[in-house]
Design a protein around this ligand. Sequence first.
Ligand code: SF4
Length: 190
Amino acid sequence: MAKDKIENSSIAWPLERLTRLMRAGEHEGGLNPAQWEALRYLSRANRFSNSPIALTRFLGSTKGTISQTIKALERKGYIAKAPRENEGRSINLSLTPKGSEALKNDPLAKFSKSLDDLSGKNRRRLAKGLADLLETDLKRREQPSFGTCPTCRHFREKGGEADGGGPHSCMYFGVRLSSDETQFICVEHS
Ligand code: SF4
């Protein structure tokens, strides 16, 4: 089969090199790679997922490491903490205006310029292949998927329309969702 003609190393080695190149630029702007990852995550996480524990699960890191990252970002003024409604000692993390501004100069943007040079066909194949690879690997490692609502089994499209809410709904959290909210990643995506 065609699949057998391509060695796994032909995929894994370029991925390793690309990852290294992408990480190399992440010591700019007084931030380190872990801090950039946390800022990116908070810009994409929905309201149920902007907590230290969800960030820890997304990055596959330890509580101690994430705690240090959060402290550093808060000290530098990139993120803010607030108590989480009805959840005791739990907290919300959010980007400050300075954090949002920093993401406009995200070092990953340099990588986007290289992606722009690929043909449309290659971009589509790459996107599909990488999405499949990520899904398979996450399942094998039993890691959470962190997808968005439209691909989640708890999502009900237009499920909140009948009572004038939403217009969508989430059966897991029992809440109405706006269309904008459904584009953010979620710790309970399934
Ligand atoms: S529908 Fe799924 S992804 Fe969306 S908020 Fe609910 S649990 Fe999260």
